[in-house]
Design a protein around this ligand. Structure first.
Ligand code: GUN
Length: 296
């Protein structure tokens, strides 16, 4: 039976440390870190995510500025809002909750965010910096996964890792981070032949699943003693639980019998994402404070 990688508990410890660091920062600079959250439309899941990000801001001692826009908001209006938030020195981080309504060009919106306020790390230049191992904001879920491994003493050096999913938000950046951490990385995706996926998972010391399909990875494929990081958060319903329950991309029970370490869903990667967003926001405020200090 595996040990649980308790992202919830680690996220709480990280947020407690950030709370202390924020108090010291506010006391020494008089600046309160501020995250602007932008939500377009009424997607219930996005509303939940944004609410919990704002609650974390309040708990840590950040200000947050929430911009809720109707679903028929135009591209021009949204770009103008981003421009105003970029120009506002009281705002240190900008988060545009994705997905955006289909008529909006999300790439162009993300391009409009000032690099210094890109606490989500989704800007193409932030992604470029990550790929090239240069300083910049690392997107929050991948950063949370790496922190979870690190804090659990699970060093990827020389390990075989398989990342399932190639999204710009999780799969691609986590494959890069694991590569930088000296793992040997195989990146699989929705068009990887099932037999190739199976072979990759069976041989993997670290499995990161981020496809958004419940039970996509059978537990029987998991190698004995390996590390399983399940990024999937899928709601499934059955007659016993008509409201549904959350499950990951990996079949949890059989995988837990084989893995050495495994993240629960919920309570694994999800809380780490928010902790890393808070960490990036404090960093953005610290960098802004340094760059606005007049040099003598
Ligand atoms: N939608 C799903 N995950 C995320 C995230 O980490 N950031 C933003 N902005 N939107 C998301």
């Amino acid at each position: 039976m595996s040990a649980l990688l308790d992202g919830k508990a680690l996220a709480e410890r990280i947020k407690a440390a950030l709370t202390e660091e924020t108090q010291e920062f506010v006391a020494s600079t008089g600046i309160q870190p501020c995250l602007a959250t932008v939500l377009v439309g009424e997607d219930p899941a996005s509303e939940v995510y944004v609410r919990s990000k704002r609650a974390s801001c309040a708990a840590i001692g950040f200000a947050s500025r929430h911009c809720a826009l109707p679903s028929d908001t135009t591209q021009e209006a949204l770009v103008a809002l981003i421009g105003a938030l970029n120009a506002d020195p009281a705002v240190h981080g900008i988060l545009v909750q994705l997905p955006l309504p289909r008529h909006l060009d999300a790439d162009a919106i993300i391009d409009a965010i000032a690099l210094a306020k890109d606490v989500d790390g989704f800007h193409p230049r932030s992604m470029g910096n990550l790929a090239l191992k240069k300083a910049g904001f690392v997107s929050c879920t991948p950063a949370g996964i790496m922190r979870l491994l690190e804090e659990s003493g699970l060093d990827p050096v020389g390990k075989r890792a398989v990342v399932i999913g190639r999204s710009a938000i999780v799969g691609l950046p986590v494959a890069l981070l694991l590569t930088h951490a000296h793992a040997t990385v195989t990146l699989c995706h929705s068009l990887t032949a099932r037999a190739d996926l199976e072979a990759a998972v069976r041989g993997a010391d670290i499995v990161v699943a981020a496809v958004g399909v419940p039970g996509f990875v059978p537990g029987a494929w998991i190698k004995e003693g390996s590390v399983v990081i399940d990024v999937g958060i899928n709601r499934v319903t059955d007659p016993e639980r008509p409201k549904g329950r959350l499950v990951g991309d990996v079949e949890f029970e059989p995988a837990a019998l084989r893995a050495g370490w495994i993240t629960p869903v919920p309570g694994g990667v999800g809380p780490m994402t928010i902790a890393m967003l808070m960490s990036n926001t404090l960093l953005a405020a610290q960098r802004a404070a340094v760059s606005s200090t007049p040099s003598r």
